[in-house]
Design a protein around this ligand. Structure first.
Ligand code: FES
Length: 126
């Protein structure tokens, strides 16, 4: 193993598992050495993935499992105190959030969604 980091694409779900503004698909990652929950959603046809961690208090955002969208379907919301984040960038819009959600790179090819590792973002070893 060299010192250069090569990003790896890890299969996450089928494209049809994610519908616009619908339920998220959860997955686990190791972020900066810590196992964290993450989730993928589809918004305006694009798949987006973030750590499932509110920036206000580092806790999970979904009160109902895998429900991150607010009633309008245009914002990701933290169920605990109502912080709102853009589904496309993770930037916060209102509420007690401090900074945006941690974004995870994803790709979609041939009906399969993959997430991409990064230097601080790794798969969980089983
Ligand atoms: S923990 Fe998310 S808004 Fe407070």
């Amino acid at each position: 193993m060299g010192t250069e980091f090569a990003s790896q694409a890890i299969a996450l779900c089928n494209s049809q598992d994610l519908v616009n503004s619908g339920a998220a698909v959860p997955f686990d990652v190791v972020y900066c050495g810590q196992t964290c929950y993450a989730f993928a959603v589809r918004y305006a046809d694009q798949v987006q993935a973030y750590l499932n961690r509110c920036t206000h208090v580092p806790m999970e955002m979904d009160y109902q499992p895998n429900q991150f969208f607010d009633l309008t379907g245009h914002w990701l919301i933290c169920a605990t105190h109502g912080a709102m984040y853009s589904p496309t960038t993770g930037a916060c819009r209102s509420g007690p959030c401090r900074g945006g959600l941690v974004k995870i790179a994803v790709s979609e090819t041939d009906g399969v969604v993959h997430w991409h590792t990064a230097h601080n973002l790794k798969p969980v070893d089983f």
